[in-house]
Design a protein around this ligand. Sequence first.
Ligand code: ADP
Ligand code: MG
Length: 220
Amino acid sequence: MLSLTGISRRYPGNIPVTALDGVNLTVEDGDFVSIVGSSGSGKSTLMHILGCLDRPDQGEYLLDGCSVSRASPAMRAQLRRDHIGFVFQDFQLIEGCTALENVELPLVFRGIPPQERRRMAMRALDAVGLSERMHHRPSELSGGQQQRVSIARACAGNPSLILADEPTGNLDEANTDAIMALLESLHREGHTLILITHDADVAARAGRRLRLENGRLISL
Ligand code: ADP
Ligand code: MG
């Protein structure tokens, strides 16, 4: 599915920071990988590179056979759109849009016709148990419900790879459990899942566990 070889990312500036330092990682189709690490260890930087939102300074990143390291911004946008669903700690839903419109949005960018994308979005919201809330706006939903909307948005287009950066970081224990159950069911359906977390209990649910330490990736 993907491989990183010698990936480094340095943020220049008055005090340059090496956020990733020679990261190697191979993820197979259908894997469920968790990555833990303290604050500042490079987790989000790695997530941005995996998600084709950022480019490494060094190293090779292959995603489904395509070289992301050498891809143009337009190519990276296309890879992202067609292959990847994102789940963020702070949900990143658009407040002016209903739950249904939020889930539909990535499908708009894929050029899927309106009726078809509505059907896909409704099915995704149904799968996370939110059919009854689909016309609500994010501010009218609890944190746990907002994260379920964002999971529906991540998987509505059936991406092969789901990247979740601290998806339970803003949730209480009961909601953490519900969100993890949903992510695990996506994994069982065949999605490849990479989960970044602070929470050791959440990380332990993955088939493969890794830790980032000062920009270096270690197997656990
Ligand atoms: P984590 O998600 O594990 O907390 P990050 O990937 O956000 O870690 O950050 C890794 C390191 O890179 C930190 O030292 C952070 O301060 C630095 N960093 C992150 N983003 C930037 C940026 N845009 N510019 C400069 N430094 C950054
Ligand atoms: Mg982070």
